[in-house]
Design a protein around this ligand. Structure first.
Ligand SMILES: *Cc1c(COP(=O)(O)O)cnc(C)c1O
Length: 371
């Protein structure tokens, strides 16, 4: 039996990609902001409704360099959450800054905005919240806190490609929003990422930072990295962007079916999408409460695995429980995030996922409930 994974990378029709890259054999321009890079940037600018877009080699470098672009004082504190991918926390730490972990809300897994103010000190410089699974943080509350305490807000918007909140692209909220176009995301450029930013100076700085901090032929003005998107990745982004709306439409059908078939199972919490959000249906997380359901998250994971269906314990462990942070942070500081991470499971979700597989997964979970 064919293995089913939690996601399957989108690819455009092969001919489309070949057409798109042909020109590269004429120009021999492979990287360093060539014509594909520029074309992709313009298309994204349109799609994300932001005139300020900078491309990167991946989502992590978008985030890490965006944080760097603000030149926060070394050791300053950044309020964030541990219920995320390694990238968010690492981006803060690699900038010589100190993550201060705020707990999350148990219903949508985003930062609990009511806990932020208590964590603010004289050393706090920024908030890096995560729109986790494409669930949107309480943007208004975060904005108000940021204004009151003069903090920068950089959203980890890796999960939100194509989403809108109150009719506007997520790229337009916060001082900056960072996207990932990794192969496993709703939209991919093989590897890739982007930052949408509010102030033009940040964009100019980012352009330099992704190219070693080179500012002119004889001037290197910052300690930058190499995070430029190459032409082949940009070409893949251009092609996949043509099909993104269909991809999201297909995901919506799968989401709706999961919701229908898993609705009402006691102890299985589903991910509701509020009417203010146009979702991209990036993930299908369930939270399993063993005391009500009768089986644990790990039991479901193992049973699916026996059928060659590979779900994912995402996000488990929390970033503040990583072994590299063993003596620095503790998951006990964020008890709700810890509780969720021990019970959450993301089920297979991608546009070409077979309806019969979704039915099989849901039946298996429902049957366990009856056992
Ligand atoms: C994928 C992801 C990133 C990093 O993106 P890459 O393109 O893989 O570097 C950052 N944050 C979150 C929440 C992600 O899921």
């Amino acid at each position: 039996m064919e293995s089913i994974y939690v996601t399957k990378s989108s690819l455009p029709p092969m001919d489309e990609y070949i057409d798109e890259i042909k020109e590269i054999w004429e120009t021999h321009w492979l990287t360093n902001m060539g014509s594909k890079h520029e074309k992709f940037r313009e298309l994204l600018s349109d799609y994300l409704e932001s005139s300020n877009v900078e491309l990167f080699t991946n989502g992590h470098m978008a985030l890490e360099l965006t944080i760097q672009a603000y030149d926060f004082p070394k050791g300053a504190e950044v309020i964030t959450t541990p219920f995320t991918f390694a990238s968010t926390t690492h981006a803060i730490v690699r900038n010589g800054l100190k993550p201060v972990f705020c707990d999350i809300k148990s219903d949508d897994y985003t930062i609990d905005e009511t806990c932020i103010e208590a964590l603010i000190t004289d050393n706090t410089c920024a908030i890096v919240p995560v729109h986790v699974y494409g669930n949107i943080c309480n943007i208004e509350a975060i904005e108000e806190i940021a204004r009151k305490y003069h903090l920068i807000v950089i959203y980890d918007a890796a999960h939100t490609f194509g989403e809108k909140y109150k009719g506007k692209s997520l790229a337009l909220y916060g001082d900056a929003a960072c996207y990932s176009f990794h192969a496993t995301k709703v939209f991919n450029s093989i590897e890739g990422g982007a930052c949408c930013f509010r102030k033009k100076e940040i964009g100019d700085h980012l352009y330099d930072l992704k190219n070693f901090g080179i500012h002119g032929p004889y001037e290197v003005s910052a300690v930058g990295a190499n995070a430029k998107m190459n032409e082949f990745c940009a070409a893949m982004g251009i092609c996949n962007l043509r099909h993104i709306d269909e991809e999201i439409e297909r995901r919506k059908k799968i989401y709706t079916l999961y919701m229908k078939l898993l609705g009402g199972v006691k102890g299985i919490q589903l991910n509701e999408i509020p009417p203010t959000v146009i979702s991209n249906y990036a993930y299908f997380p369930i939270v399993v409460d063993e005391t009500l359901f009768g089986f644990s998250r790990d039991d479901i994971y193992e049973r699916l695995k026996e059928k060659n269906i590979f779900s994912r314990k995402y996000f488990y462990p929390l970033t503040n429980a990583f072994s590299c942070y063993k003596n620095t942070f503790s998951a006990d500081d964020t008890p709700i995030a810890k509780w969720i991470s021990e019970r959450v499971l993301t089920l297979p979700m991608y546009g070409t996922l077979d309806i019969s597989i979704v039915e099989q997964i849901c039946k298996m979970i429902r049957d366990m409930y009856k056992e």
